[in-house]
Design a binder for this molecule. Structure first.
Ligand code: TRP
Ligand code: SF4
Length: 536
C-alpha cells in the first residue's frame, strides 16, 4: 500500500466476513467475522479473525472490563464492541463521576450509513454517561486523502451531523467541529508534528515519496483531534472507532507520551536502565541479601558479579541485555543499589524542572537531566509530575483510550461496501428501499425449510441476524437472544425472519428521517460552520 490510494469504502464497511465459527458469535447478539489482519486507515482493511488483533496488536478484549462499566450500552453487552486499548481509566472516571471525554471523527465521503450509526451511538452513550462528547468532521482528511471537493464535503457533513443529532447527540453539552476551521486543533497539530517524523509515517502508514504533504498534514490533524479534549485539562478520553483506525490511536498514544515534560520510572542506581535491564536488576535486588556482602551493603558490583556467575540460560534475557547491564553495574562499582523513583526530564522547561525539585518531599538527588526521589512511590510520582507539568504550562496529556467495533457484513454477503448499493443501508435510504434491501439480503439459512427445521439456521453467518444484533433489537437483549435461539433451534424460517427485520428497518429509517427533520434547527444553532469558504 502507498497509504495514498483513493479509498474504496468507509472503514466501518470494510470486512471480508470470511470464515466464521459458531463459537465466535454470541447468542446474546454479537457477531464475528475473520481472515488476515491488516490495519490500514486508508486501504481496504479487512478483519477476519478478531482474536489476531489481540495477539498481534495488543488490543485488549472488551469483555474483560465489561463488569467495570456502569450501565453498559447494548453494543458493549453484545460484543459488537469487541476490543479496547486502555479503557480502564475511562470506566473508572465514569464510575467516580470524574471528568472524561469521548471523541470520534467522520470523513464526509458519502452518506452516513448503519456502520456510522454504531459510532454515533457510542459517542452519544458516553455523553449520556457524563463524558464531554465531541463529534468532528474530518473534512481536511476527506479532501487530502480522498480528493473530495469542498461542496461535496459540505453536503455530506450536513448529513452526518443531522444523523448524529437525530440519534441523540446533545450539541449544547457536547462539541461539534470541522477540522478545517478549528484553529486550536491546527495549532496543536503543528506542535505534535514536531514530535513525529517521516520515517515513522512510512513505517506506520506506508507513506512514501509520492504521498502528498496534505495527506500527512491530515494525520497530524487527527492526532490533534484525538488530544483536543484534553487541551483545557488532562482527562481520560475514549476514541470509539473501527479497528482500522488503531494505527492512529497507537501513534496518538505515543505522541501524548512524547509531549510530557517528565518520564517517571523506577531506578536502582544513578545510571539509566532500559525495561529489560531494569527487570533483571529488580529481580536481583529482591533476591540478594545485603547481609551476605562485606559491609552489609548491596553494591552495583555485587550484582554484576552475581549476574556473571549465573548461566545465561537461567536468566531469560538476551546476551546483549546481560552484557549491557553488567557493564553499567561494574562501572558504577561501589555505588549502593537502592530503589528510587526517577523523574527524567523529557521536554520540561527550566522553570518546570526547578518547580519539580521543590515539589518533591523527602530525600532526593538532582542530576543534570533527572531527579531521583527516594521517598515517593511510582503512582504518587506520576501524579506529582503531571501536576507540576500542568502548573507550568504543559499539557499533561493522559494517553487516549480507544474502543473498537466489529465491521458489519454486507447484506449481499462479503464486505459491506458503500460502493455496492445493495450491500449496505444508508441512513438516508428511503424506508421502502431499506425494507427491500433487507428482504433481498443473503441469510445463514438452509436450502429448504425442512432442512432449516431439522438443522437450524446459521445465525452466526447471517447478515440479517447481524442487523438484529447491531441495530434492530435496540436495547432489548431478550429479543436479540430470542431471534438467535429460534434461528439455531430451527424454529425460525428465513422468510418470516427477514420480513420482520425488513419491517423493523423500514420503521427505523422512517423514524430516523423524521427526527433528522426535527433537528434541522438544532443544527443551524449549533456552533459549527456548515459551509466551507474554501475552493476546489
Ligand atoms: N480518520 C478517520 C476516518 O477515516 C476520521 C477521523 C479524523 C477520526 N479524526 C479523528 C476518527 C479522530 C477518530 C478520532 O474516518
Ligand atoms: Fe438469518 Fe433469520 Fe434465517 Fe436465521 S432465520 S438464518 S437469523 S434470516
Amino acid at each position: 500500500m502507498t497509504g495514498d490510494e483513493p479509498l474504496e469504502e468507509p472503514e466501518e464497511l470494510r470486512t471480508d466476513g470470511g470464515e466464521r465459527s459458531s463459537s465466535d458469535l454470541r447468542s446474546d447478539g454479537g457477531a464475528a467475522g475473520a481472515d488476515d489482519v491488516a490495519l490500514d486507515p486508508w486501504g481496504s482493511s479487512s478483519v477476519s479473525d478478531y482474536r489476531n488483533l489481540f495477539e498481534e496488536f495488543g488490543i485488549e478484549e472488551f469483555d474483560e472490563i465489561l463488569p467495570e462499566v456502569p450501565n453498559p450500552h447494548y453494543l458493549l453487552r453484545r460484543g459488537v464492541i469487541f476490543g479496547h486499548r486502555d479503557y480502564r481509566p475511562v470506566a473508572e472516571a465514569m464510575r467516580n463521576d470524574e471528568p472524561f471525554a469521548a471523541l470520534s471523527g467522520f470523513m464526509p465521503t458519502g452518506d452516513p450509513h448503519i456502520g456510522h450509526k454504531l459510532v454515533f451511538d457510542e459517542i452519544i452513550w458516553h455523553q449520556q454517561q457524563g463524558a464531554d462528547a465531541y463529534g468532528l468532521i474530518a473534512d481536511l482528511e476527506a479532501h487530502a486523502a480522498r480528493g473530495l471537493t469542498w461542496d461535496e464535503i459540505d453536503e455530506h457533513s450536513r448529513n452526518y451531523l443531522l444523523s448524529l443529532l437525530a440519534l441523540g447527540f446533545d450539541p449544547e453539552e457536547g462539541d461539534l467541529y470541522r477540522q478545517s476551521t478549528n484553529r486550536e486543533v491546527q495549532d496543536l497539530a503543528f506542535e505534535l508534528g514536531a514530535e513525529a517524523n517521516f520515517s515513522e509515517f512510512e513505517a506506520i502508514y506506508g507513506f512514501d515519496g509520492e504521498t502528498d504533504v496534505s495527506h500527512m498534514q491530515s494525520v497530524v490533524t487527527q492526532m490533534a483531534d484525538i488530544l483536543y479534549p484534553q487541551l483545557e485539562e488532562p482527562k481520560p478520553t475514549v476514541i470509539p472507532v473501527g479497528p482500522d483506525q488503531d494505527p492512529h490511536v497507537r501513534l496518538a498514544r505515543d505522541l501524548a507520551e512524547r509531549m510530557r515534560f517528565f518520564k517517571v520510572s523506577k531506578a536502582y542506581a544513578s545510571f539509566e536502565l532500559d525495561d529489560d535491564e531494569r527487570e533483571l536488576v529488580a529481580a536481583y535486588y529482591e533476591r540478594l541479601d545485603p547481609a551476605d556482602f562485606d559491609d552489609d551493603a548491596l553494591r552495583c558490583v555485587h550484582v554484576a558479579d552475581e549476574l556473571e556467575r549465573t548461566p545465561l540460560e537461567e536468566l531469560d534475557v538476551s546476551p546483549d541485555t546481560l552484557g549491557s547491564v553488567v557493564s553499567k553495574l561494574s562501572e558504577a562499582g561501589k555505588e549502593p543499589v537502592r530503589p528510587r523513583t526517577r523523574f527524567f526530564d523529557r521536554r520540561a522547561t527550566d522553570d518546570a524542572f526547578e518547580a519539580l525539585i521543590d515539589a518533591i518531599d523527602g530525600e532526593k538527588r538532582v542530576y543534570e537531566s533527572h531527579i531521583d526521589a527516594f521517598d515517593l512511590d511510582l503512582e504518587d510520582a506520576e501524579s506529582l509530575a503531571k501536576a507540576v507539568e500542568v502548573e507550568n504550562g504543559g499539557y499533561g496529556f493522559v494517553p487516549p483510550s480507544s474502543i473498537y467495533h466489529r465491521f458489519m457484513t454486507g447484506l449481499t454477503g462479503g464486505k459491506m461496501s458503500s460502493s455496492i448499493e445493495a450491500s449496505h443501508i444508508s441512513l438516508l435510504d428511503d424506508p421502502q428501499e431499506g425494507y427491500d434491501k433487507v428482504k433481498s439480503a443473503t441469510t445463514g439459512g438452509r436450502e429448504t425449510a425442512e432442512k432449516q427445521r431439522e438443522l437450524g439456521g446459521r445465525a452466526d453467518e447471517c447478515p440479517v441476524y447481524e442487523l438484529y444484533a447491531y441495530l434492530l433489537a435496540g436495547d432489548d437483549d431478550e429479543f436479540a437472544k430470542e431471534v438467535y435461539d429460534e434461528c439455531v433451534d430451527g424454529d425460525r424460517l428465513c422468510g418470516g425472519c427477514k420480513e420482520q427485520a425488513a419491517e423493523l428497518m423500514r420503521d427505523f429509517l422512517a423514524n430516523h428521517q423524521e427526527k433528522r427533520e426535527e433537528v434541522e434547527d438544532l443544527l443551524e444553532q449549533a456552533d459549527i460552520e456548515l459551509e466551507s469558504p474554501r475552493r476546489g
